[in-house]
Design a binder for this molecule. Structure first.
Ligand code: NAD
Length: 293
């Protein structure tokens, strides 16, 4: 059998907030292929993720696909990807009780913890997006909201890779970074506001630039452009079910995507089977992106 073999690879999965989002499903697929897992969550949700990883109520969601056993996460590291180092943290955040329980929640601190715990990194999953004004059309979006969307949802990939580069370069068989984008980065999509479309467009060109710049270090960088899926972030958009129904109706495969389909593609793209694929955007959207009228 042709294997998707990630045996012993260290995978850092960012953007885990619950057991519904793409990050959770991607983590499960990576581990079903043999990867060791490090999770990173926004400082506000680390307690929620710890609970989901431990409690009986969520046991079913921890079962790995393909009979590969049960999800095992070696460590969970808090990180707010808006901060490159703790020097960047503003006063309001510093005094927020959700943040105060963590000593270092910057990207620098995250990568330092990975270096100390694991010595290197083979796979980086970027599954993070946020706009404080997602429900505002671009024409109604403030400069502040727009720049936050870009900072958290797009620039963070470059910032994470800059900090991770010493850990990822020249790994045996190479290393791989993977992010998530949406067709709203290519085309005008109603309801995808607050600068998120712009952030996805930025993420898409950044993926290509980063692939070119990190290729000589044998680090590949790719994105999956996923079809609409009712995750926590997507529900914040408001009309997610309408987006899902619309895409299902028009797609060549006339149905919604499943998060496992995104996850298995992620495992392939991070595996040696995809060793010549970099700077690419793979559409996991039931073909919606090819449709004209
Ligand atoms: P999700 O809510 O599970 O994931 C979003 C994550 O971003 C959460 O874990 C949240 O805590 C994290 N986050 C937000 N701000 C952060 C910050 N400052 N620092 C650290 N983490 C922060 O939702 P999801 O839909 O699984 O989203 C994952 C990725 O998939 C995103 O990039 C999203 O744009 C993309 N995507 C989603 C859809 C969809 O329809 N759900 C479609 C295409 C692409």
């Amino acid at each position: 059998m042709l294997p998707v073999d990630l045996n012993g690879k260290i995978a850092l999965v960012t953007g885990v907030a619950d057991n519904h989002g793409f990050a959770w499903h991607i983590a499960k697929s990576l581990q079903a292929a043999g990867a060791r897992l490090v999770f990173s969550s926004h400082p506000r949700v680390t307690g929620i993720v710890e609970n989901i990883l431990a409690r009986d109520k969520d046991a079913e969601s921890r079962v790995l696909p393909f009979g590969a056993g049960t999800l095992k996460v070696e460590t969970l590291i808090p990180c707010d990807v808006a901060f490159d180092s703790m020097e960047d943290v503003d006063e309001a955040t510093r005094s927020d009780r959700h943040y105060q329980k963590h000593a270092d929640y910057s990207i620098k601190g995250l990568m330092e913890a990975v270096r100390k715990g694991f010595g290197g990194l083979d796979i980086l999953i970027h599954s993070v997006a946020f706009s404080p004004e997602i429900r505002n059309r671009l024409i109604d979006t403030s400069r502040k909201g727009y720049l936050t969307a870009l900072s958290v949802s797009a620039y963070s990939l470059s910032a994470l890779l800059r900090a991770a580069q010493p850990l990822m370069e020249n790994r045996p068989g190479g290393a791989s970074a993977l992010g998530l984008t949406y067709i709203g980065g290519d085309r005008a999509v109603a309801h995808y506001g607050g600068g998120m479309s712009t952030a996805k467009a930025a993420l898409q060109i950044d993926c290509k630039q980063l692939a070119q710049q990190l290729g000589p270090k044998n680090i590949r960088v790719n994105l999956i452009s996923a079809g609409p899926y009712a995750s926590r972030a997507a529900r914040a958009i408001g009309d997610i079910q309408q987006m899902i129904d619309q895409a299902s109706k028009l797609s060549p495969l006339p149905r919604p995507i499943e998060p496992e389909e995104v996850a298995h593609t992620a495992a392939f793209l991070c595996s040696p089977l995809a060793s010549a694929i970099t700077g690419h955007i793979v559409y996991v959207d039931c073909g919606y992106n090819i449709v004209g009228v």
